[in-house]
Design a protein around this ligand. Structure first.
Ligand code: ADP
Ligand code: MG
Length: 352
């Protein structure tokens, strides 16, 4: 299939555009986004007769408004989940303005099952693979945790005390970890789903109590898979891989400079952590940087061992199709483009 990356590539950036909403259609909004799936291009037109030429950006892969959850999963997430069972770490991010499909992409809709997103599909893949591989010689242990980063505070979504603030700690062998984070052993997809629902509710009640909403926090659902393989000679091989499923805070506040007070504080922190993430990814992709600025935010510190190196990372940048989102769409494409600028896919070049 055209446009798929080389095997050794460890960081991918793809873009997904959601369909027009009913409201946008009713309001006669103009669709300004065009996608060329074969060349991995997004073409953004500036409506309103400004005469500005369309802008073209090129990525590892693009997904238009007809893209299916299953295809997106197979092309972006499946190989990461695969490698987690082999003992590698992997991270899947959804980036974008609020309302562009981050949660739809990560969680999706349970019914009909075709609309399920990356998180439930990952659970299913993990347990399918365990069922296929586990047996007399290999035992698996799967654990799940779910947290949120709001205003640079880490909150445990699986804890009964939602107002807790957890500390990040660093240990020589295990690296950065969250002190006292709840982690549950899970044996089935259903158990994973239940924890996700519990955490999502926790996120919501925490949100009302603190007058925040999910679009201002990053959420990370982590599945850790440990396996112990007993060999014929009596020795054993132990592996551990971690899968981080990240629904990022809405990126739009980056550009809303008129905010004041609490909103300004939130905006500054979101801006800071999203730009720290972008900086880390672009330094990793560059391959020449000797310094990866993980320490610049809690998000990147926490994910330090799951970004770059021997790990696999994919960022799905989500955008809306309509004219009134033009500025936000440009800003999302620039962010994604800076995280990973792909040149020379064909004779065409990026105009940014
Ligand atoms: P975000 O998490 O980025 O704020 P959501 O995932 O909540 O955005 O999406 C906003 C709305 O658009 C939801 O009603 C969602 O179901 C719908 N939506 C998003 N992406 C798609 C898509 N690819 N196909 C169909 N509906 C979508
Ligand atoms: Mg969301």
């Amino acid at each position: 299939m055209s446009g798929l990356p080389k095997k050794e590539e460890c960081v991918r950036v793809v873009v997904r555009c959601r369909p027009m909403s009913r409201k946008e259609t009713e309001d006669n909004r103009q669709k300004v986004v065009e996608m060329d799936k074969h060349r991995g291009c997004v073409i953004l037109h500036n409506a309103g007769g400004s005469g500005e030429p369309p802008k073209t950006f090129t990525f590892d892969q693009v997904y238009d408004d007809t893209s299916q959850q299953e295809v997106l999963y197979q092309e972006t997430a499946a190989r990461i989940v695969d490698s987690v069972l082999e003992g590698f770490n992997g991270t899947i991010f959804a980036y974008g303005q609020t309302g562009t499909g981050k949660t739809f992409t990560m969680e999706g809709v349970n019914d009909p099952p075709e609309l399920r997103g990356i998180i439930p599909r990952s659970f299913a893949q993990v347990f399918e693979m365990i069922a296929a591989r586990g047996g007399e010689n290999t035992e698996f242990l799967v654990r799940a945790s779910y947290l949120e980063i709001y205003n640079e505070d880490v909150r445990d979504l699986l804890s009964k005390q939602t107002t807790n603030k957890l500390e990040l700690k660093e240990a020589p062998e295990s690296g950065v970890y969250v002190k006292d984070l709840t982690s549950y052993v899970v044996k089935t997809v259903r158990e994973c789903d239940k924890l996700r629902d519990f955490g999502a509710k926790n996120r919501h009640t925490g949100a009302t109590a603190m007058n925040q909403d999910s679009s201002r926090s990053h959420s990370i659902y982590t599945i850790t898979v440990e396996s112990c393989e007993s060999r014929a000679d009596g020795s054993s091989a132990i592996r551990m891989g971690k899968l981080n499923l990240v629904d990022l805070a809405g990126s739009e506040r980056q550009s809303k400079t008129q905010a004041t007070g609490d909103r300004l504080k939130e905006a500054t922190k979101i801006n800071m952590s999203l730009s720290a993430l972008g900086n880390c990814i672009s330094a990793l992709v560059d391959g020449k940087s000797t310094h990866i600025p993980y320490r610049d935010s809690k998000l990147t510190r926490l994910l330090q061992d799951s970004l770059g190196g021997n790990t696999k990372t994919v960022m799905i940048a989500n955008m809306g199709p309509a004219d009134y989102n033009y500025d936000e769409s440009i800003s999302t494409l620039r962010y994604a483009n800076r995280a990973k600028n792909i040149k020379n896919r064909s004779e065409e070049h990026t105009s940014e």
